[in-house]
Design a protein around this ligand. Structure first.
Ligand code: FES
Length: 106
């Protein structure tokens, strides 16, 4: 189902990258606003379970884990610099009527 997330859309366009964290059901979710695109992903890195909150974003729309520098595509979760099959959980997002939503399976 779609979950409304308040206080994500502010209307200010200042920094190119913004991060937010929310908890929904059993998930801790990292939301990244980058160049007017929203991405939502599991906060927990699939490699060793560390937090991605302090990760950086690459030019190629990857989140780079700050612990062992694995990179994950923020659209599909694929690990782009390691072939051991790690995949980051990605959540669909949408903006409707200036409200931000994340989809979580029931
Ligand atoms: S915990 Fe993220 S790359 Fe190892």
């Amino acid at each position: 189902m779609w979950y409304l997330i308040n206080n994500i859309i502010s209307g200010d366009s200042s920094p190119a990258i913004k991060k937010f964290s929310v908890a929904i059901k059993s998930y801790s979710i990292l939301i990244i606003l980058k160049n007017n695109m929203y991405y939502a992903m599991n906060m927990e890195c699939p490699h060793a379970g560390k937090s991605l909150l302090n990760g950086t974003c690459s030019e190629a729309d990857e989140i780079v884990c700050p612990f062992h520098n694995f990179k994950f595509n923020m659209k599909n979760g694929a690990c782009t610099n390691n072939n051991e099959g790690y995949r980051l959980k990605i959540f669909p997002t949408k903006v409707e009527n200036n409200q931000f939503y994340i989809f979580i399976e029931a």
